[in-house]
Design a protein around this ligand. Sequence first.
Ligand code: NAD
Length: 490
Amino acid sequence: TTEQNVLFTIFGGTGDLAKRKLYPSLYRLYKKGFLKEHFAVIGTARREWTNDYYREIVKETLTDLIISEEDATEFANHFYYQSHNVNDAEHYVNLKVLAEKLDDHYQINGNRLFYLAMSPNFFGTITQQLDQQGLVTDNGFNRLIIEKPFGHDYESAAILNEQLREVFDESQIFRIDHYLGKEMVQNISTVRFANTMIESMWNNRYIDNIQITLSESLGVEERGGYYDKSGALRDMVQNHILQIVSLLAMEPPARLKDKDIRNEKIKALRAVRLYKPEEVKDYFVRAQYGIGSTESGLLNNYRNEMNVAEDSQTETFVAGKVLIDTFRWKGVPFYIRTGKRMGEKGTQINVVFKNVPLNLFSEDVEEELPPNVLSIFIQPTEGFSLQLNTKKAGIGLETDTFNLKHKHSAETVANSPEAYEKLIFDCLNGDATNFTHWDEVASSWKFVDVIRQAWDQDQSELPSYQSGSMGPAESDDLLAKDGFNWHWNP
Ligand code: NAD
């Protein structure tokens, strides 16, 4: 392991993301030796905190990880707090003075990583100020990590991107989609490209349809204010789901280098068919959760949640059919669904293969056998399963369907690095594989915007689904009219 010389500046250093994800991830990188002597972290936010107070807060976020108090203190001593209102130009001058002092003290040689862990409204201002007040160095690397959401439609995303690009070029911008840091999302390429059996069948000759489910059992909880303005389409489909689609659909890259992979992902996203507004209803359905009951009691409907409008038209569930106009995928629907308050909790991909031409195991050779299904479990369990038809033990030739299943052990899951740790590590190494390129963001918004606009113009009553179910009947109908059904592999 080689140590990285770097100065982190975390905007939003008192926030939830910084505390829950960033500080523990930095600590893990420190324990592994990727951060050692020559690094420092500046945390900034509006509050007035002292360095000592900040260090205590940082240490508190590490409670489950700390080996010794001494060790944690040593780590936390690399942290400095600078109170700062991002809208105030003068504050950047203080930030610059501190940055230069720390660069000198820790012999960092000008490498800077700016992490924008705050509301996207501020991204444009911050980057412009970083440039104007001279926080960008010319002797080391300067990289920017930005959080989601990247705009709320194509136009706002393009404006934001312009603002960033005035200061940083594309190779310096690392747009986070934390799904790309997940172990099993990264495993998609391995499973595809390291197995003849799978890669040779990865096309419209053998695959019937591909299903992606991101299913949450919780409701909006205390995030109602944010969520009601966003909805499932913007919150999950534009980013995480379309990223997964692109990894499943892309052509094999020439090499597993970030540029090669990104090019293939961009090509795949550009090949996603854009619907006409009047077609949207045939391909996408939306719904909102209604009341429901579980063992733990009665569940509220969405419109009764805190900070949600009483007449809210925001969808908490989306199901859709994505078509990819390439030779490989002609005629293979990618069905996607995501929702809150669903009956199952988890993210999984189910690749449904075509049937054998004839069923020799039935009187009626046209009777369909259960399909082969390759499942990729992304969370909370991680692993694979392959559904096969075999002979039922005993006399005769009856078939039996079973799953070859591998799930990572709880120990493996617990010991594997968390998404944020891997993503920060990649950024430190200048590896953009697991971040979203602007062209990917642009294509995704263009696809999503048509759907959003069609829905915004549709005055009909939003369907609802029972809390604790797998979504509305319309979602099942979407597949049924193509002769398919949703797969969920427990
Ligand atoms: P948060 O509200 O907890 O934190 C916001 C931070 O910004 C605070 O430190 C606050 O002091 C600071 N801040 C606000 N206005 C400021 C100003 N004018 N000047 C200086 N500082 C100011 O938010 P969060 O949950 O940490 O989210 C941060 C970003 O990360 C958002 O873009 C969010 O969408 C994204 N994100 C968060 C999570 C999560 O788990 N929290 C997950 C995914 C993405």
